[in-house]
Each structure stands twice: as structure tokens, then as C-alpha cells.
Design a binder for this molecule. Structure first.
Ligand code: IMP
Length: 416
């Protein structure tokens, strides 16, 4: 059996939560492969709100197994004290890779202190994602499996503090003593021990047994550390290739790839965003689309659908189809625009160049429509909305297989 994959195609917040939640209802296993508690979505089930950051969306399906893979950076504090607390049935349903790296409180403090010092801040979530991945790559990070020997781990972290004394002092960050560290690590271990596992072997077995495995991406393609708008990106590979390294799969293990994109575009944090709309339309999208971050509460920047970046993202991820989210947010707009090319160094181009900072959008306008909110069949969409969807398919060279017309699970059009 092959695993199905869901990835974000823009700058995150595309509405992956609704689709993953929907697909997780039929999955046996749901896996997270990258990022940390910078990601987030809120899911409401029977009137109860659940905030998920690190936990895969499968936790809301009582039958599914959930895996946090080796490519994720795990904050034990966030996982134990905020997320796991919401559920009392996680044992034997949640597994945490022993190779995932620990994101500890000092990572967040370094992240926040460095952001303040930057001339042009990245606008990180301040959760410590960059410093935790940096330590992993520098080979001075600590893995979840080391919690099995908390005393040795406390010793290693104390040495790390000693080695980085100058940095901590310059950033005015206090560090805990070895005893304080050990106390915290022992607490983490006590809570996480039942969940720590070799998750790679586990996923292989599930695939070999013919189980339905769903791989859940975090953030979006344009925030990928290699392929995004560097340095205004997150610190992991958010693209589909990240699912291989972040879980221990090979490319042949991956089946259908669904890319998630909003019918317009948003971005939170700093960095280039060619189709950003600074006027009334952008403001309208923010208000109607409730574009405020789930993790930090920050208002998202809004703009038009960028078909150039989307075509690039679709190719990078190997998308079989796109799920087009929040089409209803554009209800009532007289005119809807799509960025179809960029002006770059005096020329018109239809690809993503080295740096998006220097491009200007070239738009094509479409006639707006009255209402798609709540529509559940493609044929019932207004003709103008159909024309818009068709144009996006052509411009991105990717089939649109799903259209979402409201936050409600049922207001979803599946196109055969
Ligand atoms: P970091 O991942 O906290 O280091 O933040 C780096 C950049 O990624 C910032 O622009 C963040 O706003 C953005 N970012 C991180 N996680 C998300 C997310 O889940 N949705 C949207 N943007 C995100």
C-alpha cells in the first residue's frame, strides 16, 4: 500500500486542517513529518474545540494511530501540558519517533532574542523552531530517544550551555542548573515514555499490512527552507520530499499527493508576497476569511491567488490534484484577480525566479460571483465561479479535485 500525502502549496494556513480532518476519518494511520508547534489548527467536534499543533489530526478519529515522525522538532512542554491534556485516550494511539529532535525552552528564548536583534525580522512564531533545527544540523541537538537516559542527557545539555556561555550571556538568557534540567527531563520522560517508538519500522509495517496511511504536512511550500522565499521561511522541508526524510519513507511509498491552496493568498510574518493587496480587497479577505493566526493570533497579510507560485509548488510537490479552499470568502467581490505572470528585470516571466522580492505581479481579472457559500455540487456553482476554477486549473496545470465552500465539513465539493 502507498501513503497519501497532504501538503500546503502557499505560505501555510491554506486550510489543510479541514481536509486532513476529513481524510483522517477514513485513515488507519496519520503521520506528521516536519515542523513543530509553530503549526496549528483548531478543529471543532460536537461543540468542543481542539487546538492541535504537534499532534496529527488523526487524534480526532478514535480508531486511528497517530505518528509524530523523526523530522518533527518536539517541544515536550507544549505536547504534554497543552495538547495531550485535551485527550484521555492517547495510549497505544500516539507514537513519537525516538529520532525526533527535542525543542527545549532555551530554543524559544534564543529564537525570540535573535528576532529582536535582526534588522529585518523574519517574523517567526517565536517557538524556537529555527534554533532547534539549527542544533540538529550542527549535530549538537538532542533526540527524544535520549530521554531514556535523562541523567546523561542533563549532563550533555549542561555542557552545551557551557560551550555556548558567551551566546547565552550576550542574549541575556538565563540557563537552568543540571539539577533543574534533570527534574524537567524526568517529568518529560515519565509522561512521554509510553509513546516513544521506532516509528519508521512502524509505518513500514502499516504499509506492508495494507493500512491506509495519511501523511500530514505542516506550513506551506513557499515556506520551505530550500524552495521557499529564503530567508523568510521556516526551518524545515515542508514539500512532499520532506515526508520521506521526516518519516523514513522512500519516494515509492508515496501515492496520491493532494496540494492545498486557498482561492486567494495569505502570508503571516515578513518576506516577499508579490500578489499582496494593500487596499480594501485585501482587508475584506482578512475580515471575511478570519485571517488571524491560530498559533500567534497575528493578522495575516492577504492578496490574490498567485498562479505562478502555485504552478511551481504543484510541480515541486508532484501534486495529483489541488483542494481549493475558502472559495466562499470571495463571494460578492465584483472582480477577482489572479497573478498570471511576474514582471522581472523589465521582462514578463511565468516562473519563480531566485528571489520573489524583485518581481511585480501581472494580473488577469475575472468577473466575480454572488454566492458559493454552502454549495456542495460543482454543477450548482455560479458560472463565474466555475470560470475562475477552470482558469486556475489551466494556469497551475493541475486538476482541482476538491472545492471547499465553508468551514463546515459537509460544504465540500468533490469533483469526479
Ligand atoms: P518559524 O517557523 O516560527 O521559524 O517562522 C518562520 C516563518 O514561517 C514566519 O514567517 C512564520 O510566520 C511562518 N510560519 C511558521 N509556521 C506557520 C504556520 O503554521 N502557518 C503560517 N506561517 C507559518
Amino acid at each position: 500500500m502507498k501513503a497519501d500525502l497532504i501538503v500546503g502549496l502557499q505560505w501555510g494556513d491554506e486550510g489543510k486542517g479541514k481536509i486532513v480532518d476529513h481524510l483522517a476519518q477514513n485513515a488507519d494511520v496519520v503521520c506528521r513529518f516536519a515542523g513543530g508547534h509553530n503549526a496549528g489548527h483548531t478543529i471543532v467536534v460536537d461543540g468542543t474545540k481542539y487546538a492541535l499543533h504537534l499532534l496529527p489530526s488523526g487524534v480526532l478519529n478514535p480508531e486511528a494511530i497517530n505518528i509524530i515522525g523523526n523530522g518533527v522538532v518536539v517541544s515536550p512542554e507544549n505536547l504534554i501540558d497543552k495538547e495531550m491534556k485535551q485527550f484521555d485516550y492517547l495510549e497505544d494511539r500516539l507514537f513519537l519517533s525516538d529520532k525526533a529532535h527535542l525543542l527545549l525552552p532555551y530554543h524559544s528564548l534564543i529564537d525570540q532574542a535573535k528576532e529582536k536583534l535582526r534588522k529585518r525580522a523574519i517574523g517567526t512564531t517565536g517557538k524556537g523552531i529555527g534554533p532547534a533545527y539549527a542544533d540538529k544540523i550542527l549535530r549538537v541537538g538532542h533526540r527524544v530517544g535520549e530521554l531514556h537516559h535523562a541523567d546523561k542527557l542533563a549532563e550533555k545539555i549542561a555542557n552545551y550551555f557551557e560551550l555556548n556561555r558567551v551566546l547565552f550571556s550576550a542574549l541575556e538568557i538565563g540557563t537552568p542548573t543540571k539539577d533543574e534540567l534533570l527534574k524537567d527531563l524526568n517529568r518529560y520522560y515519565e509522561k512521554l515514555k509510553p509513546y516513544i517508538a521506532d516509528t519508521t519500522q512502524m509505518i513500514w509495517k502499516h504499509l506492508d499490512d495494507g493500512k491506509r496511511v495519511l501523511l500530514e504536512g505542516a506550513q506551506g511550500t513557499m515556506l520551505d527552507i530550500d524552495h521557499g522565499t529564503y530567508p523568510f521561511v521556516t526551518s524545515s522541508n515542508t514539500v512532499s520530499a520532506g515526508a520521506c526524510t521526516g518519516l523514513g519513507l522512500n519516494p515509492k511509498d508515496i501515492g496520491k499527493v493532494t496540494g492545498i491552496a486557498k482561492a486567494y493568498c495569505t502570508r503571516v510574518g515578513n518576506g516577499p508576497f508579490p500578489s499582496e493587496d494593500f487596499g480594501e480587497d485585501g482587508e475584506k479577505m482578512a475580515q471575511i476569511g478570519q485571517e488571524f493566526g491560530t498559533t500567534t493570533g497575528r493578522k495575516r497579510r492577504c492578496g490574490w491567488f498567485d498562479a505562478v507560485a502555485l504552478k511551481h509548488a504543484s510541480r515541486l510537490n508532484g501534486c495529483d490534484e489541488i483542494a481549493l479552499m475558502k472559495l466562499d470568502v470571495l463571494d460578492g467581490f465584483k472582480e477577482v484577480k489572479v497573478c498570471v505572470a511576474y514582471e522581472f528585470e523589465g521582462q514578463e516571466i511565468d516562473y519563480v525566479p531566485y528571489d520573489l522580492e524583485d518581481v511585480k505581479p501581472i494580473y488577469k481579472s475575472f468577473k466575480g460571483w454572488d454566492i458559493v457559500e454552502g454549495v456542495r455540487e460543482y454543477d450548482k456553482l455560479p458560472d463565474e465561479a466555475k470560470a475562475y476554477v477552470k482558469a486556475l486549473e489551466e494556469l497551475t496545470m493541475t486538476k482541482i479535485g476538491i472545492i471547499s465552500t465553508s468551514p463546515d465539513r459537509k460544504d465540500t465539493i468533490i469533483i469526479k
